[in-house]
Write a protein that binds this ligand. Structure first.
Ligand SMILES: [Zn+2]
Length: 267
């Protein structure tokens, strides 16, 4: 039996980072301590990928004024293979990218075997014309459409879609819940209720969402679950633990305005 932990975490490189970038990578290694990280609003330090890590990312970032994007990084001997732009031939998949740099896709290889395919996504807060809309309500459904061929390929059976969706639970695209499992909602009854959960999808019932984003915009917007991990139904039996949010990473708001979501698998 092999254990593997993965996490998604937004490290706030778009606006006013809370810590120098190398410290954020150290925090990922030492405090979050997982094997594979999806880092949204991410960057690699100027002097390269920190020791102990390998990483896949788009050096240009999302655009000229956005030199940050979705970085996927691995450690502990886990290999990641960049398949962001698709794979040719039988069993492959095609993909287009409306917002290059927001979506990074890797095969995750442990002991020579591809055990997961991870699509790290960032729900950019823009519409088709590049106007700011303040949430991922336009971008996320488009990004998911662009992933359909991947979902339907053989990799779909080991697929994880993780990232910062910039969408509150009640605003998430329903279609995604028909084909994949939201690991946090699926384990919601194992956690303490999240007080003040903004636009909760549990309809007033106590929920076990995670506080993954501390919105600075006043008390009503403060407690937000906007970072997600979805897994293929085929992975349900190897998914053994789900945790994260402010509850499991005390002091996280000193480091970023987002808290990680962590998922453990046993293969
Ligand atoms: Zn909730």
């Amino acid at each position: 039996m092999q254990a593997m932990k993965i996490a998604t975490w937004n490290i706030k490189q778009a606006v006013a980072p809370k810590k120098p970038l190398p410290e954020l990578w150290d925090y990922a290694a030492e405090v979050i301590g997982v094997d594979v990280m999806v880092l949204t609003e991410g960057k690699v330090p100027g002097d390269g990928v920190p020791e102990g890590w390998t990483a896949v990312w788009r050096a240009e970032g999302i655009g000229e004024r956005r030199r940050w994007g979705t970085v996927i990084a691995a450690r502990n001997g886990v290999e990641i293979v960049d398949i962001t732009n698709g794979v040719d031939g039988d069993g492959g998949f095609v993909i287009s990218h409306s917002w290059p740099g927001t979506v990074t896709i890797v095969d995750v290889v442990q002991d020579g075997e591809a055990v997961l395919t991870i699509a790290g996504i960032y729900g950019i807060t823009q519409d088709a014309d590049g106007n700011s809309v303040g949430h991922g309500g336009y971008s996320v459904p488009n990004i998911l459409n662009e992933l359909v061929d991947l979902v339907n390929s053989p990799r779909g059976e080991r697929l994880v879609i993780a990232g910062d969706f910039n969408l509150l639970p009640a605003d998430m695209p329903e279609e995604l819940y028909e084909i994949m499992i939201d690991v946090v909602e699926d384990t919601s009854d194992l956690r303490e209720p999240l007080d003040g959960c903004t636009r909760c999808s549990f309809d007033g019932e106590p929920c076990g969402h995670l506080w993954t984003h501390k919105n600075g915009g006043g008390p009503n917007g403060a407690v937000q679950n906007i970072d997600y991990v979805f897994i293929a139904p085929e992975l349900a039996e190897v998914c053994v633990d789900v945790y994260g949010g402010e509850a499991d990473f005390e002091g996280i708001w000193e480091v970023s305005d987002h808290a990680p979501v962590v998922v453990e698998f046993e293969f």
